[in-house]
Design a protein around this ligand. Structure first.
Ligand SMILES: *Cc1c(COP(=O)(O)O)cnc(C)c1O
Length: 260
């Protein structure tokens, strides 16, 4: 009997999820980067089942945080009993700010306007935990310039925000032909961060961890590689595929050649 979680849905086809492989992949990636990691378990843990995945990772020595895409995913993790910090990587609708504070969720601060909206809505006792997002070329959410970044750092109310981190997300880390673009983004990130100190500085995703070396950050975000999938198919790091699909051949027919 193989160890793992089996999902069937009343069919002869099932997905087997090897949670031991998931842990092996985390260890393999840790060997490479030598820094604590944020496990990315958005989108139902990339389809692997977030409850099971979170349950094995919550006690893993190298996983110090969780990252998700939405507030719903973050609250679901809290309800499962996850005690580590949970960062929502996307924008949270501020009508739900109360839940962010009640469930002790960390949000992504991505513009001065967003910061000001939070200040207006804020009526709590505990500060909001945030990581500041810097946009270095992905062109999703994030502050674009050093001026904007400095402006936020100068003006944020200390009793409302607890700034725990700063991060960026690379647009091209998985493309070996775009090394210059990657280096430019990395340089832009550190230029904007400057000498400011944060509890967490993070920029690496799976591709960046696997194809590049980066030593200034102190946390790496591990997504697709944790599930055993090499983002560029280069197989430079040996990973174990966590999900396998099994099925049953229901019938075999012999047919004559060229029979219409
Ligand atoms: C999804 C996501 C990741 C994980 O990326 P992988 O390529 O799967 O490692 C990291 N950071 C952010 C901001 C993400 O949205």
């Amino acid at each position: 009997m193989k160890r793992g979680v089996t999902v069937t849905h009343y069919r002869d086809t099932h997905a087997l999820i090897r949670l031991d492989y998931l842990q092996d992949n985390v260890n393999t990636l840790y060997q490479r980067v030598q820094k604590p990691m944020m496990a990315i378990i958005k989108a139902n843990a990339y389809g692997h089942g977030y409850q099971e995945v979170a349950n094995v990772l919550k006690d893993h020595e190298h996983i110090s945080m969780f990252g998700v895409a939405t507030l719903k995913e973050a609250i679901d993790l809290r309800k499962l009993g996850i005690e580590q910090d949970i960062l929502v990587l996307g924008a949270i609708p501020l009508k739900d700010l109360d839940f962010v504070i009640d469930y002790d969720i960390t949000l992504t601060l991505f513009s001065k306007e967003y910061m000001e909206e939070i200040v207006e809505l804020y009526h709590h006792e505990k500060p909001v935990k945030v990581h500041i997002k810097i946009d270095t070329g992905m062109n999703r959410i994030g502050l674009k310039t050093k001026t904007e970044f400095e402006d936020v750092l100068r003006n944020y109310p200390k009793d409302i925000f607890q700034i725990d981190g700063v991060f960026t997300h690379f647009a091209t880390a998985d493309d070996p032909l775009q090394n210059d673009a990657y280096e430019n983004q990395l340089n832009m990130f550190y230029d904007i961060v400057g000498d400011h100190q944060f509890r967490y500085i993070h920029c690496q995703n799976s591709a960046s961890m696997m194809y590049h070396h980066e030593e200034k950050s102190n946390l790496a975000r591990i997504g697709i590689a944790m599930y055993g999938v090499d983002p560029a198919g280069e197989e430079s790091v040996h990973l174990k595929q966590v999900m396998s699909l099994y099925s049953r051949v229901v019938m075999i027919k012999k047919i004559k050649k060229e029979r219409k």
